[in-house]
Design a protein around this ligand. Structure first.
Ligand code: IVH
Length: 693
């Protein structure tokens, strides 16, 4: 881990961490994702690949270290009687030696005191906890975030390696923990069947196992061949042995599968020999493993060693290095994501990397291609690290054909032909991603834009959600926002009431909901257009400053005409909270004729009402307020909108400038900070009294 990390890699990593955290908060806490799943996944993958390349970047607070994800809906939740933890990592022999040293020091063991270590392959699946009471399986749960998982009992019952009943004499309460995984052969067969049925293809056996375990219909899980290795336990009324290896023997006797490569070791040398043996066998195994876990065998020592934050001090995961191979780069394709970002994908001569055939790899972005100077025709090094999508590390200069040309990254979108540009951030830096400006006319983006258009903070059309938009778009019936407003007029042809999922009443309700939105406030209207960098706050500030769409368009059109040097531009960027990024985005949008058409068509259907200027005489006009904790009388969004309509500024964090903190039950660090800073804290009721109910 002594390799120096280049500054630009460090910076990119730090940026990714901040960005992913912000998205996590929006997604998990605010329930309002700000990017598409694909884009979020791309960020996470990039983070993981940077960390795989530079393990020193992996800090305990990196988003890559968060234990799983918060439970998703569909299953009831299970709070684990004992939390399900993760493991610290070792990457080298030194790390392993250090681990054993630490253990010896902690237990204050003499030099000669033998320490037995149980070494177990680290199975690359997902962990599950199986609760047996009186020898009967009563509950099975996923790990979730470690504290709380999902109740997937019915699905776990379908796994062959999981017994429904245990033999007589087992402890009254026993939670067996281990890894649910899909064998490589079952994975290959599943993907083949999925492809034939034009269903989702899984990226790797682990995702397939996770996807299969989280099926709401357990007959689907039963049709997938899942397996289970037992290696740990949660709550127990008694233990069948006083060593890790002894408990695993008991598991075997109880009818569980315990990994056959598990072995007791007594020294670093013995551990390393086993590690190499398992690493060599890795490709031949019918399941994925990504390292070897070492656990102090004596349970009384495990108990004394205890835990540091999320990981036990008595165990460590010794990871295998990423696997590499070289192959020919046959071409570079550009994929357009759902938000318009252009991603270069390497098309490779298929090559086996660690037992998996790789024919595509990510090249991340155009700067990365330039930095690595990768050209079509090159022989490149491909790396596959665990779950990360394969990536290209570099090329072999000796093998470069004489006529290999530097890659020219396209400046137009391959999906729709619109300009593809790189944003310049406020700090003058260029965004690493090039994005298509096609918006609604780009087939790669249109559906997402339309979903945004009708979403809660946009036009908020009841009965018109993701499913309906996808259906209408696929049928070519709604391809631009204006089409939504002509559905009713076209219904003689469309005959919506005859379609599955619609009935006379729901069609009537839908048309009413659409008609109810033919009038819309300027701020919502702006936000609904889904222009990059024009979020709710920016939309509101612009609306508050220009009040009418007409006034706003007049100044924006002038800005388009005169450019950044002109008066209109400086008038706009002179507004508090409005910068070059926002105005660049708006003028860029208005400068494209196809966007103009979308706008004109829409304005033929809807009326944009003037912004309701916030009351200046309200008791909270000009005040800065922060909401925290659970609000009871209104949602966060409502509270915010209400406060803003009264002329208050709503902020997300408490500072000296905060006038009021409105704290509902469950308020945490913000309440403390407000108290420290002497900021007035109000209950929700006190706030309502202040603003007049
Ligand atoms: S022990 C208290 N043993 O690795 C220790 N984990 O990074 C709990 N895993 O969440 C884990 N094989 O999903 C343990 N033989 C093994 C394992 C193993 C795979 C996974 C498991 C865990 C993760 C920790």
């Amino acid at each position: 881990m002594s390799d120096a990390i280049p500054d630009d890699v460090r910076e990119e990593h730090a940026r990714l961490v901040t960005e992913i955290r912000a998205h996590d908060t929006r997604y998990y806490q605010d329930d309002a994702p700000s990017v598409s799943d694909a884009e979020y996944d791309a960020l996470r993958q990039r983070l993981l690949s940077l960390e795989a390349e530079h393990p020193a970047l992996v800090t305990p607070d990196s988003p890559s270290q968060t234990v799983g994800a918060a439970p998703a809906s569909g299953f009831s939740k299970v709070v684990h009687a004992r939390p399900m933890l993760s493991l610290g990592n070792a990457f080298s022999e030194e790390d392993v030696a250090e681990f054993l040293q630490r253990v010896r020091r902690f237990l204050n063991l003499g030099e000669d005191e033998p320490v037995a270590i149980n070494a177990e392959p680290k199975i690359d699946g997902l962990s599950a906890s199986l609760r047996y009471e009186g020898g009967k399986l009563v509950q099975g749960a996923t790990r979730g975030d470690g504290r709380e998982g999902e109740n997937v009992t019915a699905n776990l019952r379908t796994v062959d390696d999981i017994p429904d009943t245990l033999p007589d004499g087992v402890p009254e309460v026993f939670e067996v923990r281990g890894e649910v995984y899909m064998s490589k052969s079952a994975f290959a067969a599943l993907n083949e069947a999925q492809a034939a049925a034009e269903k989702q293809i899984y990226a790797n056996p682990r995702n397939a196992a996770a996807g299969s375990l989280r099926q709401l219909d357990s007959t689907v899980t039963a049709s997938r061949k899942l397996s289970f290795f037992a290696y740990s336990w949660g709550e127990t009324s008694d233990l069948p042995a006083d060593t890790q290896s002894g408990v695993l023997d008991a598991f075997r006797n109880w009818g569980f599968s315990v990994n056959p490569l598990t072995r007791l070791c007594h020294s670093v040398d013995e551990i390393m020999a086993l590690y190499r043996e398992i690493e060599t066998a890795r490709g031949e195994l019918d399941y994925d493993i990504d390292g070897v876990v070492y656990k102090i065998d004596r349970l009384d020592w495990q108990e004394r060693l205890g835990f540091v934050s999320r990981s036990p001090r008595f165990a460590i995961a010794h990871k295998f290095p990423a696997e590499k191979a070289t192959t020919l780069l046959r071409g570079i394709d550009i994929q357009v994501g759902r938000t318009g970002s252009l991603t270069p994908v390497a098309r490779l001569e298929p090559v086996t990397v660690g037992g998996v055939v790789v024919s595509n790899a990510t090249l991340h972005n155009e700067d990365e291609i330039a930095r690595k100077d990768v050209r079509v025709g090159d022989t490149v090094t491909v790396q596959r690290a665990g779950d990360v999508i394969p990536q290209i590390l570099g090329h072999l200069p000796d093998k470069r054909p004489a006529d290999a040309e530097p890659f020219a990254f396209p400046e137009t979108c391959p999906a729709c032909g619109s300009h593809a540009v790189r944003d310049v951030r406020e700090n003058g830096e260029m965004d690493v991603r090039r994005r298509c400006t096609g918006g609604l006319i780009c087939p790669a983006q249109a559906v997402e834009r339309l979903k945004h258009f009708v979403s809660r903070n946009g036009f908020d059309i009841e009965g018109l959600g993701t499913k309906q938009i996808e259906m209408f778009y696929a049928a070519g019936e709604v391809t631009a926002p204006a089409d939504i407003f002509t559905l009713k007029a076209r219904n003689d042809d469309l005959k919506l009431e005859e379609r599955e999922g619609f009935g006379d009443l729901s069609v009537k309700n839908l048309f009413e909901a659409i008609d109810a939105r033919r009038e819309i406030g300027l701020d919502r209207f702006l936000f609904a257009l889904g222009i990059r960098n024009i979020g709710q706050q920016t939309s509101r500030v612009l609306a508050a400053n220009y009040l009418s769409l007409e006034a706003l368009l007049t100044v924006l059109d002038k800005a388009v005409e005169e450019g950044p040097e002109g008066e209109a531009w400086s008038e706009l960027t002179g507004i508090d909270g409005i910068g070059n990024t926002a105005i660049g985005a708006l003028t860029g949008f208005l400068d494209e004729p196809h966007n103009r058409k979308v706008l004109d068509d829409l304005l033929a259907q809807v009326t944009v009402t003037d912004f309701d200027a916030p009351a200046q005489d309200s008791p909270v006009a000009g005040k800065t307020v922060v909401f925290t904790g659970t609000l009871e009388a209104m949602t966060r969004d409502e509270a915010k909108a209400r406060a803003e309509s009264l002329g208050a500024k709503v902020s997300g964090s408490v500072s000296k400038k905060t006038d009021y903190l409105v704290a509902g039950p469950g308020a945490g660090s913000k309440a403390k900070k407000a108290a420290d800073l002497g900021v007035t804290t109000l209950t929700e009721q006190e706030w309502l009294d202040l603003i007049g109910g």
